[in-house]
Design a protein around this ligand. Structure first.
Ligand code: TRP
Length: 452
């Protein structure tokens, strides 16, 4: 079969660069720049960082490979992939976890993406303050209480919807091929700026100096969830993207490149945020609002702070869009391919479900802030359930399935492109998928509920 042809008329990425850029585009987003610093902040910095990196390489890369193998090997969405590989079993039910979690994630993600629009426009129009004591938490509260976040969430979801419905996904991909490297450069520039801050040493020590006594069950679970979240793993998102890969895409290389670039962006974000946290006497444990409180301080020390701020939040908004487009794709392909709905109907229905979830999460910073379940607002609950439970469970099922239930030859064919490339890591990969990933995830779960 030629690389541009395939039997069920699915689209295929035109170039290798396009495939990698889109995969990285899905992975890099708020997860790296907003979620990583705040999770690292509440979980003790270095201790979290070391667990996170260990999980990315020991669990993330193998599970990423297994999603790639299943997606490209079957050219299907998550349901179709399980069904084609094991028609006689109910493995495809794992797809429902994917759909549920993708909707939960889309809901709270859109709220944070809405903040990026708010911050971008406020910096552009001079409302975001950079030079007095009100910046930080006070300003965040001012900008995000009441109904304002609801409006921005709706606007963000509308942008997501128009991209999906207008079929301009290609457009956003092309734009992100240029803009994502720009975001990367901007992060490097801010990182260099961090060196000049008085709290640089303390910030870097906080992030890179692991205090092993701080590794608690909740740190382990948080780091595991973050590794999955950041790599867009566990829901079949990467599976769906891999179903659009060319036949000669070297899956192992793509997986490693994605993981390395994704972790790099998270580390850069950490190097930007923590020195500032210590320089300005803030607390690293602020939670989900951390990055939005700290960044204005950083911009306030830069000449032309408002311009940097506008540009940064604009790029962050675009990075969020490439991620939400990828997570929406999970439910849309489900409705299209499993329920045989038209693409338009599928997009409308999944967007409406996302909108309902988004509204609930947006309100949990205002009118619904006192409404908590297990001590968490809807926003935090959706994040916790999806990232710390659904994603690792989805990843565990995928790795057990690939390790134990798919023919080893199929795995080999996918990883070596039918013997065209050498893939010396086949044995270690299968070993990880069979033993390391499921056992580690299972033990972390047991540990976090206090059983071991
Ligand atoms: N990885 C993205 C980020 O870091 C978020 C994301 C996109 C995601 N698609 C996903 C998370 C699928 C989990 C599953 O911002």
């Amino acid at each position: 079969m030629k690389s541009t042809q395939n039997n069920n008329e699915r689209a295929i990425f035109a170039t290798k660069f396009g495939a990698i850029a889109t995969t990285v585009g899905s992975a890099v987003g708020l997860g790296n720049i907003w979620r990583f610093p705040y999770e690292a902040g509440i979980h003790g910095g270095g201790a979290f960082m070391i667990c996170y990196l260990a999980f990315v390489f020991l669990i993330g890369i193998p599970v990423l490979c297994s999603e790639f193998i299943m997606g490209r090997g079957t050219r299907s969405n998550i349901f179709g992939a399980y069904r084609k590989l094991r028609p006689d079993h109910n493995w495809h039910l794992a797809g429902y976890i994917g759909i549920l979690a993708s909707i939960l994630i889309l809901s709270f993600y859109s709220v944070v993406a809405g903040w990026t629009i708010e911050y971008c426009l406020s910096s552009l129009f001079g409302q975001l303050k950079f030079s007095n004591t009100e910046i930080g938490h006070g300003q965040f509260i001012e900008l995000t209480t009441g109904w304002r976040p609801v409006i921005w969430t709706v606007i963000f979801l509308a942008c997501n919807f128009f991209i999906l419905i207008g079929g301009v996904t290609k457009g956003i991909e092309r734009a992100s091929n240029i803009l994502m490297p720009l975001l990367f450069l901007l992060l490097i520039a801010f990182c260099i700026n961090s060196f000049t801050l008085p709290g640089f040493k303390e910030g870097v020590k906080f992030l890179f100096h692991p205090d092993f006594s701080k590794i608690t069950p909740s740190v382990l679970l948080g780091a595991l969830g973050q590794a999955f979240f950041s790599l867009s793993l566990g829901l079949g998102c990467m599976m769906t993207y891999a179903s659009y890969f060319n036949n000669d895409n070297r899956l192992g290389k793509t997986a490693v490149t994605t993981a390395v670039l994704d972790s790099l962006v998270a580390i850069l974000a950490g190097i930007i945020i923590f020195p500032a946290v210590f320089s300005f006497g803030l607390s690293p444990e602020a939670g989900p609002t951390l990055v939005f409180e700290v960044l204005p301080y950083i911009f306030s020390k830069l000449p032309g702070g408002a311009i940097w701020s506008t540009l940064f939040f604009l790029l962050l908004f675009l990075a969020s869009l490439t991620s939400t487009v990828s997570m929406s794709e999970i439910s849309i392909t489900y409705f299209c391919e499993e329920k045989r709905w038209s693409r338009k109907k599928s997009t409308v229905v999944s967007s409406l479900i996302g909108l309902a979830g988004g509204l609930i999460c947006a309100l949990s910073f205002g009118p619904l802030s006192d409404f908590t379940i297990f001590g968490m607002t809807f926003f935090s609950l959706f994040d916790y359930l999806s990232s710390n439970i659904c994603l690792p469970v989805g990843g565990m099922i995928c790795s057990i399935f690939t390790g134990w239930f798919i023919d080893r030859k199929f795995v080999k064919t996918q990883m070596t492109d039918n013997g065209k490339y050498r893939f010396p890591m086949l044995r270690p990969l299968v070993f990880c998928l069979r033993w390391v990933c499921p056992t580690a995830i299972f033990l972390i779960f047991l540990n976090s509920i206090g059983i071991i």
